[in-house]
Each structure stands twice: as C-alpha cells, then as structure tokens.
Design a protein around this ligand. Sequence first.
Ligand code: PEP
Ligand code: MG
Length: 919
Amino acid sequence: MAKSIYFFGGGSAEGNASMKNLLGGKGANLAEMAGLGLPVPAGFTITTEVCTYFSENNDTYPEGLEADAEASIKRIEEVMGSTFGDTENPLLLSVRSGARESMPGMMDTVLNLGLNDETVKGLIAKTENPRFAYDSYRRFVQMYGDVVLGVKAEKGEHDPFEVIMDEIKEKKGVTLDTELDAEDLKTLVTRFKALIKDQIGVDFPEDPRDQLWGAIGAVFKSWNNERAIIYRRLNNIPAEWGTAVNVMAMVYGNLGEDCGTGVAFTRDPATGENVLYGEFLMNAQGEDVVAGIRTPLPVAQLEERDAKSYNDLQTIRATLEKHYREMQDVEFTIQQGKLFMLQTRTGKRTGLAMVKIAVDMVEEGLITKEEALSRIKPADKLSEVLAPIFDANELKKAKQEGHILAKGLNAGPGAATGRIAFDADAAAELEAELAAKWRAEKKKDKNAKKENVILVRLETSPEDIKGMQAAVGILTARGGRSSHAALVARQMGKVCVAGCGALQIDYKAQTLTVGDTVLKAGDWISLDGTEGEVFDGKIETQPSEVEQVLLKGSLDAEKAPTYQAFAKLLSWADEYRKLGVWTNADQPDQAKNAISFGAEGIGLCRTEHMFFGEGKIEKFRQMILAKTVEERKEALEALLPLQREDFEGLFKEMEGRPVTIRTLDPPLHEFLPHDEEEINELAAFIGTTPEYIKRRNEELAESNPMLGHRGCRLGTTYPEITEMQVRAIFEAAVNVKKETGVDPHPEVMIPLVGHINELDGQEVIARRVAEEVFAEKGEKVDYLVGTMIELPRAALTADRIAEKAEFFSFGTNDLTQTTFGLSRDDAVKFLGEYYEKDILPQDPFATIDRDGVGQLMQIAVDKGRQTRSDIQLGICGEHGGEPNSVEFCHMLGLNYVSCSPFRVPIARLAAAQAALKEK
Ligand code: PEP
Ligand code: MG
C-alpha cells in the first residue's frame, strides 16, 4: 500500500491542496495552509484509500498504518509541546471526516479525544481551569458515546445524555449549561459513562489509544451511514471516493474571555460583496457557533474584542484569496489571544454571489475570464439569478396590512410563498399533493400556478434534507447564517430565513405562533430570504432583477448590480462559445423573452400549440372531423389566416433570425373534446350530432398514440394540412418582408421522419407551395426544408435523409423514448428505482444518454455530413438546455442548441464551458 498518512504542522506539510482525492478537501487544505505558514494546529490525515481498504477488508487497516500513526503523533507532540495520554501535560486530539467534496454534517466527528480520569487532571493543571477541563471531558464522553459507541435515544424519546443533563440542571435549579460548575460536570462524566455501560454493555475506553482507533474507525464507517448515502445520491458523489480522517491537535476557544471561535467567508456568500463575512463567539467551542444556543456576533465586531486576532484574520483572508484565487470559507479559533486556522475550503454561495464574485475577481485581476466562466454552475447557480422575488405591490400591501410576522436572518436570498409543513416527510407529501393538484388544474387552465411548500423547523439537521428538497423555502427559529439550514439552503438555491427567534414552533400541535398569530400546517406563509422577513399569508412572487431589467423593462439596468454582473458574464460566454443558442417558442412574447436572454433563432415552433387559442380550436376540430377531402380543405381554409397571423407575429419578433416551424406533430384525437359539455358545444358549432363526434373520437383513438398516427404520418395521409401550414408560413414571411423590410428566414421542419420517402413527399409539398406563394406575391424569402431526427431509423439512414433535408434537428425527447423503448409519459413511475439501484445513472430524458442515444446522434451527424457537407445541425429536445447535454452537442459539432427561453442564459454559459473544457 502507498503512503497512508500525511503530516502537517509547524510551518510545513507533506500534502498540499492538489491532493484532494487522496487527502479529502479538509486534509488537503489544512496541508496547504500549513505549507503557506499559516497558523494551523499540527495533525495528520489518513488517506481516502484507507477508507476504501477499511470497508473492503472487514473494518481492518492496512499493515503499518498504526506504526505510521504513532510516528505522526510523536511529531504532533513535538510541535505542540504536549504528550498524548500524558497525565501532566496531555495532548488532546480532534478526529474529523473530510471527503473530496464537503458533505456538511453528514459524517462523524470526535473532539477532546485523549481525556480520561487521569489526563483530565493534567488538563486542569495546565489550564488552571477545572470547569473547562470537566466540561471538555463530559463533551468528549457524550460525543464518543453517541458517535463511536452508538448510544441512541429510544424512538420518540429525548437524547439520553440531554435527559441526564436536564435532570442535573433541574436538581440544581438552573437552566443553562454554563451554570453548571466543575463538580456538576464531573458528575455528568460519571453518569454518562454509566449510561454507556447500561445501554451498550461496554466500559468507556480509558486508554487514549483505544479511544483514537475507536474514533478513526467510526469516522470511516460514517461514510456509509444513511444520511451520507442520501447526500451522495443527491449530489452525485460516487461511493468509491471514501472519506479521509483528519487527526489534529485540539485548540480551545473556550478557555476564557481571551479565547473565541468563529466561521467566516472571505466575501459575503449571499450577495458576493467583497467584505469579510461571518460570525464568532468569545469563550466558546466551534459547535456553539453553529448550534444556535448562543447568538454569535458579526465578525466585524471581533475588531473591538481582539484587534490583533481580527487583523490577523484580515491578513489571512487576503493571503488565502490571493493564493486560492477563490472565495474561502474558514473556521478559526482564538486560544488565549492566538489565532489558529482550523479549516479552509471553497465557500458555498448563492447564484447571485457566484456571478458577482466571479466577475469581480476578473476585474480585480485575481482570475481570468476563462476561469470565471468555468466556475459558475449553469443549471443550479445561474438559474438562481433568475429566481423570483416578491411582487413589489403585494409586498407593500402585506407590510401595510401588518402581515409581517417576524424578522430572522437573511440566509438564502429570493422570495418564496407556500404552505407550511413542519417536518421532512410532511413537506415531501404535501409537495407531491400540490404537484398532482397542479397537473389536474393545468389541464383546464394552461396558466394555472403551482402552489409550493415552506418547511418550518426549530432548526434543521441532515435528516431534514428530503424536506428541504421538497420545499421552496426554509424557515428556522434557531441558528445563524452558518447554521445547517442556512448552508444547505444556499447550496440548494432555496430561499431561507434562519434564526427567527420570535417563532414558537410546536411540533406536536403542528402550529407556529408569533404573538396572537397562530399558523397551522398547510397555512400560507411567505419568506423574504434577501431581507430575512417572514409574513403570514400568501404574497405573490415576481420575476428576478434580471428578468425585470431584460424582460419587463420595469427596472433600470443602472440600478441592478446583479443584472450587470450577469450580463457581463454572459457577454464573456459569447466570446468563447461555438454553439449557437436558439429557443423553443410558439408565441411572440416567448420569442421576445428568449431574444432578451440572448437567443439567436427559434429552433422549434410547435404549431399544434397555436391551435389552442380561443376561436381556433373549434375550427381545428372541424377540420379533424371532416368526412371528405373537400370538407377538410374548407376547414383548413378557415385556419389559414389564423396560422398566418401567428407566424407573422413570430417573424416580426425574430427580425430576420431563423425561425424553425414544425408541421403538425401530435395525433389528431388529442385535439378532440372528451367531456359531454364540450362535445355538445362542438356538435352545435359544426352542425352535427354529439353521437357523430363520439364515434369519430373512437375511430381516431389509438392504443399507442405516441407511436401512432402523428408527425409526418399526418402530413403524409392528409397532405392538405401540410399545404395549409406551409402556405401560412410563406405568406406570412412575404407579408412581413413587404411590411417591415426585414427578411424573415423560415425553416420548415418535418417531424418524426423514419424513412426518406416520408420526407420526400413532404418536402415536395413544401417547395411547391413556397414557389406558388412567391409567384402569387411577387416576392420571395430564403428558406430551408429539413427534418427532425427523432427515430433510430432516421439516425441510421441519415445519409439518405440528408439527400432531401437541408438541416437536421435532433428531437431527443422522442429519440430517447424510441431508443430506450421507454414511454416519455409513463417512465417516471419506475425510473426513480432505476437510479436508486444504479441501473441508470440519471434521467435520460433530462441528460442525453451518450452511449446509446448519443451514438445514434453521432451516426446521424456523420452520415448527414457525408451526403451534405454543410448540413445545418441542431437539437430541440429538452436536452438542449441541460449543461451536460449541451457539452455533448458541442462535442458533436452541432451548429446550435435550442431550449426554452429561461434556459437560454444557461445554455450560453454551458456552451462556453464546453468550448473552454475542450481547449
Ligand atoms: C422531441 O421529440 O425531442 C421534440 C422536440 O419534439 P416533441 O417534444 O414535440 O415531441
Ligand atoms: Mg418529438
């Protein structure tokens, strides 16, 4: 086995920041800081490889590890000037997990290790502080009992250690832990040990070396505890990575008033502002800062309390940013006026902050544009910048009417409104219910809005992840800006108000009380995560700053700093990307939004969406119900002006950019009415009987409509539909050209082609009608005729298809469906289990399956180019706005990706990242 232990401390280190895979993030960065000469307590890291060995070899260690650890302990002893297990001057250790990527709170930690009935005396002698020594000792026994020995609360009961503690406090007539004296704490140690013996049946290990190996083993094992596994799944962290274990000399922030501890970010993680941001507590241990029992102070106030440490921290902040060229999240402890750095890592931040920091750092000369672009996660972080805020009028009204309930910490920006759930399961259930309700409503009202869930907790812990995931916003009564709720919410991009002390939450009664207001589970509540305000009732949310500037024009760009950073970043993206970014839009307002977001064309206009408007659907239904070709043509005649008008709107909006219009795609029966009332209305409209309509409904129904009479199969059997649509396209194009002088660029796209002969027939119609219109109107426009590649047969015979198609657009929704033989509509029901069982790595309808679907795309690209070297290639399936798929499209050398308007910025950035990655 390779080297398993890496030492750091005393101004040097065996490892460094580039060794994250082996040493974990924490270990690698501790080594890096030690190597930079920063004040890090000495310690060593046991590698992630040992974690893998340990779990593969029945919890045993590779040969020689123990001897290496012994030697490293010696070196810690030399640097720190104390001895592990010594009864006069004991060295105490912390044992912490640290995976390649941070997994906050998911794995175990043991502190104050090395204390026993003898060494505690040494600690007393050394610190002259018996209370401190026994408090450290009881914390250690408690933590070790929980983490290593597995003492647990019975179901529904309180933590048994806390129960004992409460008993002692009650007996003494005090309420706070801090009111317990050394003797009380000593009693606690004895009682805790007795509890362990009672529940687990083993004696608490007194030998520091037994303690150490017990703790190391527990931390390695915690890599496979349930919450770590769930977290890994949510964050795509492979199980093979394993965790490292960091063993480090303890330093104390709770030895007196000249001690303290804190957490800080080198810039504001919510807004990105370039200031030291964080909080600290004097005379406290690290966990006190995040536990929310005492309210920490803003780090700026450290200057008054301990100017030297504050200045040291500011200097270290600058050193770290210059060295890492990235915003850092640090933990520090001040022991008797001396500052120690316990951790540094890349700081998690909101999308707003991510964009702002990246752009600022380029302007400060810290990083290059390329680095700034590569750093932003397009899907989660950039989309956060586009996240909603409250409707300003509604907010004003809510404030005037006194709906403001309380103020907490603005821990995760954005606005959220939703229904209350008090625990993770309830949140997940409510979310599923609301989603189902919305799906049903959407069938009746296309604009129906989905209701959301707000998770309300005293504080959150890793067990709450599922509920946080289901909620749009998180509200907690306790905890600071760096509490679990705040950190995780920011990472997930959720709105969060934390530490809202005015809330009284009663889990049993399922109520939230503030003064006279009592809210129950399911009631409406609204959160302003940017201001930290909580409102009772529903406040409509509104588009982001970016949207207000770009789409609404309701906000001046000068007054929108987020927008400015966003715009700058995307302009840089455009310098690097090779892929064009088009949009899927059927309506002029969608097209307009997309252009504001930077779209360069329409890659898919689904014409069937245009028939749903008032006054159109009846005519369309009449067309479907026609008994003869003549009747159908007559009905189509009535539809022609409506379609033409729609297309004119699009061409005007697109001002000469390409507009890809797809001929009718879905099976006809989808358009027919099914409920009694609608059937009667339609019968009256076209002068037939309801019975006739019902019979046609039955005739048109298919057992497998997705594979049925749809796509070009409709245009093949009813060529008059294609004729009408193509006529509408070209008449509209010519009209707009005459009216505005701008040259529209239509691209006629034939869907669901599997055989060249299908395309052939449709292409002949398209070109004939185009020429007819040009002749009639005495004006012409440039246009293309092409096809979608949505069926495996189309991909495999793309060389033939390219004889007629001037462009291909990959319809990866259908191509995924038909390649896997998975129904787009029904597969969600069981695909979840496929990911859990690792049968599929992810949803193939979201991210292109490169091996299968991707291979077909590659074949189609190659064969298409073989026949027509300059064939235009794009994608318009949902994958066109998903970063991983965008990268694949870049690799295939497509000309463009097309996605929904709000994903256009994401695709622009993802395309730039793909180009940079290739470089
Ligand atoms: C596709 O199949 O990928 C596509 C864009 O078409 P639709 O989703 O309309 O079937
Ligand atoms: Mg399709």
